[in-house]
Write a protein that binds this ligand. Structure first.
Ligand code: 13P
Ligand code: SF4
Length: 300
């Protein structure tokens, strides 16, 4: 492992590259990254990066977003087969059909979506700013794709009418209300943090609801142990940065297989062979960038 880390460090220098990794990546991949974060933070870092090459360790829509935002840089996805099943639950044609049905509505698209879907949308959002993005819109009717759970969560904090698509994250969908009740019994005094991709009944029982970076931030000040209602990869970072308390996964099924496809080997190979470079047709990229830029302007 030490050899691989050395190889990656040298290749990074030669290529003038930076490595961005999502909070769900394997611990060893997080440890060699220049920046680890949630979808919003990673998009911001991709824009700010002073580098010729961005190696993006996450799933495909994340690397795609970095490429949409950075036409002048080479964005490499070391595991191009790592997709987000939720992003595949809607197509650009579905969005066009929704727009035809609701001509007065604006389209908010969760970043967990393809470049084609982003190109059909007015503005993107992440789990950390969905409420702010929806409330920033001038109209009262909002088509929200593809996550029905994030749509339902956002509906709680807005007077606008949200028209949700029926997508969901298979990993978060596996977390049940029963898991929350059992975890609370097993760890009395611990607080339950849930990701807004969880089912509404899980959100109802959670003590707090955060994006993955929101959880990291909350843990910095937390006095109690935490029960973590999101993908288990985040526990590596929580323990590393805030070792004073204990962390329990909310369910034993919270692994996103796609997020685990990157390894030190895939990162090394990607830097060595400059693969796989993300390429997005320019007409799609320009339209998708508008939706992402508008999201970054709203902030979080
Ligand atoms: P975050 O933006 O909160 O990190 O969420 C990304 C994601 O894919 C959750 O499943
Ligand atoms: Fe997609 Fe869910 Fe995996 Fe996040 S955890 S990348 S939403 S499948």
């Amino acid at each position: 492992m030490a050899n691989l880390v050395d190889e990656i460090t040298k290749l990074k220098e030669t290529r003038r590259a930076i490595i961005l990794a999502h909070n769900y990546q394997r611990g060893e991949v997080q440890d060699i990254a220049d920046y680890v974060g949630d979808s919003f933070g990673l998009s911001q870092k991709a824009v700010e990066a002073d580098a010729d090459v961005i190696v993006f360790c996450g799933v495909d829509f994340m690397a795609e977003s970095a490429a949409i935002l950075n036409p002048g840089k080479a964005v490499l996805n070391p595991a191009p087969e790592a997709g987000c099943p939720m992003a595949r639950m809607i197509t650009a044609a579905d969005v066009r059909a929704l727009k035809a049905q609701h001509p007065g509505a604006e389209v908010v698209c969760y970043v967990n979506s393809s470049a084609d879907v982003k190109a059909e949308s007015d503005v993107c959002c992440t789990s950390s700013n969905a409420v702010k993005v929806v409330n920033s819109l001038p109209g009262d009717e909002v088509i929200f794709v593809p996550d029905k759970n994030l749509a339902a969560y956002t509906q709680r904090f807005t007077g606008k009418e949200i028209l949700p698509w029926h997508g969901y994250c298979p990993t978060h969908q596996l977390i049940t209300a029963g898991d929350v009740l059992v975890a609370k019994m097993d760890h009395p005094g611990a607080e339950v943090l849930a990701h807004p991709e969880c089912r509404p009944e899980v959100i109802d029982l959670a003590d707090k609801v955060f994006s993955t970076d929101g959880m990291i931030k909350y843990a910095r000040e937390a006095k109690n142990d935490l029960i973590i209602g999101t993908e288990s990869g985040i526990i590596h970072r929580l323990k590393k940065e805030n070792p004073g308390i204990r962390y329990y996964p909310l369910s034993s099924y919270t692994t996103c297989p796609n997020m685990k496809m990157n390894t030190l080997e895939t990162v090394r190979d990607s830097l060595r062979d400059m693969r796989t470079e993300i390429r997005i047709p320019e007409n799609i990229r320009i339209r998708a960038k508008k939706a992402l830029d508008r999201m970054l302007e709203v902030g979080r």
